[in-house]
Design a protein around this ligand. Structure first.
Ligand SMILES: C[S@@+](CC[C@H](N)C(=O)[O-])C[C@H]1O[C@@H](n2cnc3c(N)ncnc32)[C@H](O)[C@@H]1O
Length: 447
């Protein structure tokens, strides 16, 4: 661990300062003191081996750790040493060790033997074990609610595998906005704003289904929920993650899902299918048309990326998954056009970062035309824009203008490219007219 800035500023008299911290704590103590002392029993045990008999609980609610997101046990040590001295004698069994016990912690630390890979494997094994424990101690008609928030689809693949292998399946899932927007981590990364609440029950019976036969059901359920999420304003990476739940609701009903060859369909394959469904849905909503045919694949990728991640640097594997969903092979595009590889990350360049020779190049796709048009706009070169649009045949192409409009809408306020797009779109009529006379002139030259 290394030092970082604290999230709260104690000197701020308003949000999250010392004053508010004290007020909030006082309010919380008053509120919590109203709960009768005998209503709850609090026990401490590891989630991987619960000291309860089979079929004991009606409801289980849990918020498991997420890989290496937070080093809880090490953070706890800071408080543990003081609590041990102040209330340690009241709870001797909880303070038996000099520091917090680390061996049972479900976490993906990379400082131990085997590095991150070993830590990740250990995390996944312990998580699966704890889900199996949930299934064991839950009554047959009991309900479990598991919270999970992680932006990497890899993490989702493991948690869903762990869930399905434990004998539980999801019957509903809800994205709930739980994170503070101002959090430091949220500012530069594509951090999620929502956690997904997965409502699970015990799977009964062991039916097998064919993927082909349940695909339509999965798409129907995903579409139903996406309509609702769209109306609620969920967007970007949250939107993709929110679609996983509804798909697993249908998929997880079956103990085994097979392809026609008899091979088992993996969770990775299910998630790939979900990403394709979500991409198409999101693109048609952003473009306000179910017709995507006139928009080339590079443009679909660009639009979807801006909407999902905007400016963030994304680990290669997540970027590859998004590109696959729209049918782009990332390795064929990077470092050639607007897709840039920076070590293990992928970035998508805005018009202004396309390089000094970019305007001299022949545009290879709709995004290149759009970016060249924006650069010409910022140089106030109206004639250049008209020539470009006429030469590339985009002036009269409604799909091109729809793309420009959609990119402008998905970018955040004050974004430089958004401002350029707004200016460019404002002159649309004039450019189209000028491009018309431009092409008439070219035709005359050929005559
Ligand atoms: C995401 S946090 C839950 C935070 C909690 N919902 C809250 O609001 O404070 C995950 C928690 O799981 C705990 N944990 C890790 N390994 C565990 C284990 N084997 N058994 C039980 N809890 C464990 C961590 O210490 C951490 O407190």
């Amino acid at each position: 661990m290394c030092w970082d800035y604290i999230e709260a500023n104690p000197f701020n008299p308003e949000a999250a300062g010392w004053q508010t911290a004290c007020e909030k704590n006082e309010k919380w103590i008053k509120h919590a003191s109203k709960i009768p002392a005998n209503i709850s029993v609090i026990n401490q045990a590891s989630a991987t081996s619960l000291p309860y008999p089979d079929g004991f609980f009606d409801v289980i609610a849990t918020d498991p750790p997420y890989y290496d997101n937070v080093p809880y046990s090490y953070l706890s040590d800071f408080f543990y040493v003081w609590l041990k001295r102040t209330v340690g004698d009241l709870y001797p069994e909880l303070f038996a060790t000099p520091l917090t016990p680390k061996s049972e912690e479900i976490v993906a630390y990379s400082h131990e033997e085997g590095g991150y890979e070993a830590g990740k494997r250990r995390f996944e094994e312990m998580l699966t074990k704890s889900f199996q424990e949930i299934c064991r101690v839950l009554k047959d008609d009991g309900v479990a609610c598991i919270v999970f928030a992680h932006k990497s689809t890899d993490a989702w693949e493991s948690i869903i595998n762990a869930l399905l292998n434990s004998g539980l399946y999801m019957t509903a899932s809800w994205p709930i906005n739980t994170e503070m927007q101002a959090r430091l981590r949220a500012k530069e990364s594509a951090a999620l704003a929502s956690s997904i609440y997965m409502v699970c029950r015990k799977r009964k019976g062991g039916k097998t289904a064919y993927f082909n036969e349940i695909k339509a059901g999965i798409e129907k359920r995903v579409h139903e929920k996406l309509d609702q999420f769209w109306e609620e304003g969920i967007s970007g990476s949250d939107f993709f993650i929110s679609a996983i739940g509804p798909a697993v609701e249908v998929f997880g009903k079956y103990e085994r899902v097979e392809k026609l060859t008899g091979e088992q369909v993996t969770v990775a394959e299910l998630l790939e299918h979900v990403r394709r469904v979500v991409s198409e849905y999101a693109l048609s909503r952003i473009l306000e048309s179910p017709r995507l045919g006139g928009i080339d694949t590079e443009a679909r990728f660009y639009l979807l990326w801006r909407w999902t991640y905007n400016d963030a640097k994304i680990p290669f594997d997540d970027a590859r998954k998004l590109s696959q969903a729209v049918g782009i092979e990332l390795t064929e595009h990077w470092n050639r056009g607007f897709i840039k590889k920076e070590k293990e990350y992928i970035r998508v360049l805005p018009a202004e970062e396309r390089g000094k020779d970019f305007l001299k190049q022949t545009p290879a796709n709709m995004v290149d035309v759009l970016h060249q048009a924006l650069l010409l706009w910022s140089k106030n070169d109206r004639k250049g824009i008209a020539e470009l649009l006429s030469r590339t045949g985009q002036a009269g192409n409604d799909d091109f203008w729809r793309l420009a409009q959609a990119v402008s809408e998905v970018l955040p306020e004050k974004d430089r490219e958004k401002q350029m797009l707004q200016g460019f779109l404002y002159g649309r009529e004039a450019y189209v007219k000028a491009a018309g006379s431009e092409s008439a002139e070219q035709e005359r030259l050929f005559e």
